[in-house]
Structure formats: C-alpha cells, structure tokens
Design a binder for this molecule. Structure first.
Ligand SMILES: N[C@@H](CCC(=O)N[C@@H](CS)C(=O)NCC(=O)O)C(=O)O
Length: 219
C-alpha cells in the first residue's frame, strides 16, 4: 500500500499547488505540511530537504526520496507513479515535448508571474510607476504563446490529444492572471487559452485540490 507523500507548502502559493494537482490526478495519498514563511522555510530541518528554502518540496516514505523544485518533483512523481501514463507519454516526440513544455513553465512562466506577484503583494508602489511592465508584458506574451500553440495544435492540450502534467503545471500561475493583470481581457485576446484553461479548472482532481483548506487565500 502506498503511504502518504508529504508536500511542504505555505498556503495557496502556486508552485506547491502544481505538485498537489499532479498528486491528486495520479490518485496518490498525500498530505500538505504547512511550513511558516519566512522563518521555518529558511532554517533547519527544512533546508535539509530544500537547500533553497522555498516551497514546494516532498518527502516520499515509499521510496525514501526527498526532493525540491516543482519541476523535478513532478518528473519524479510521473516516473515513479504514472505507470499507466495517465498524464504522460512514452512515445517520441510526445514524451520530450511534454518535458519541453514543463521546462518552459518552470523557467518562462513561473519566474515572471512570481516576480509581478511579489511586487503586487509587497511593493504595490512599484507596480503603479510602471517598473513592473516588464513582467506584465511577459505574462501577456507567455499567455499568447500558449494560445497560439493551442490554436495551431487544435487538440485542447499542449501535447498529443490528452492533458499531461505539462498542461497542469501551467494552471496555478495562470489562475492568478485576473489578480496580476487587472482588467486585461484575456478571454477575447486569447480564446484558445481561455477554453483550455477552463477545461483544466473543470477537472475533478483540480477542483478537489483548489478547494483544499491549505490552498485558500486566508493565511
Ligand atoms: N523554482 C522553484 C520556485 C519555488 C518558489 O519560488 N516558491 C515560492 C512560493 S510559490 C516560495 O517558496 N517563496 C518563499 C520564499 O521565497 O522564501 C520551484 O519551481 O519549486
């Protein structure tokens, strides 16, 4: 029997939500372990699990693997537990394209969305004087990259004809677009993106994860 995998998080912050969605989609038992920010996450024993002092990280008692970085965690969960390839491919080029979209999410979506989110939460004055335009422009650009790809691909998913871990990895940061981008009408400008985004939100595992107490905006 698979024992619960511990997922460290501090509230509804997108990178742990990404991992939680994949855990739910794979039907794995897991538990959220709340860690106080910015204290516990920067000190021992936590930094022995994640030397970078951020969330997420996991401890998997089934294998003894402790891991940090959301992209690496997702790849580990897929390799270890997605034996039926519900969220992944074994065929080429689909397997590698799925990896490519995950790498794009981790390096090209998360950091830009994360930086604008940090300014908006902690230094809103910077957002008003347009210094944050670089991030706003990147958020639009990345959203449009996904929209154009979905239009060209025409299958309602980033790779092949099914939703994979790569589609799901984009969801938590994209969910913040209304908060980060104010009145930007992404539904008109990026209709393929908007349809795909809604179809991800409608998945049972996604709805269950986003409704969890740990991921509510109240902390
Ligand atoms: N590249 C890392 C980014 C992790 C990250 O930035 N996590 C944020 C929350 S979404 C965090 O822990 N922030 C707290 C801090 O910087 O101390 C990943 O994908 O796991």
């Amino acid at each position: 029997m698979v024992q619960p995998i511990a997922l460290y998080t501090h509230g509804p912050t997108p990178n742990p939500v990404k991992v939680a969605i994949v855990l739910e989609e794979l039907g794995l038992p897991w538990e959220a372990k709340h860690i106080e920010f910015p204290t516990e996450n920067k000190s021992e024993p936590y930094i022995s699990v994640n030397p970078n002092g951020r969330v997420p990280s996991i401890e998997d008692p089934n294998t003894g693997v402790n891991l940090f970085e959301s992209g690496a965690i997702i790849e580990y969960l897929i390799d270890t537990y997605d034996k039926e390839h519900k969220l992944s491919y074994t065929t080429s080029p689909e397997k590698y394209l799925t990896q490519a979209w995950l790498h794009f999410q981790v390096s090209g979506q998360g950091p830009y969305f994360g930086q604008l989110s940090w300014f908006m939460n902690f230094h809103p004055e910077v957002c008003i004087n347009h210094s944050a335009d670089r991030y706003r422009n990147e958020i639009k650009r990345v959203t449009k990259v996904v929209d154009a790809h979905l239009k060209k691909h025409g299958k309602g998913a980033l790779v092949g004809g099914k939703v994979t871990y790569a589609d799901l990895a984009f969801l938590p940061w994209f969910r913040l677009v209304p908060f980060l981008m104010g009145d930007w009408d992404f539904k008109s400008e990026c209709p393929n993106f908007a349809e795909w985004f809604q179809s991800l939100l409608d998945r049972e595992a996604v709805k269950k994860t986003l409704a969890m107490d740990e991921f509510q905006m109240k902390r």
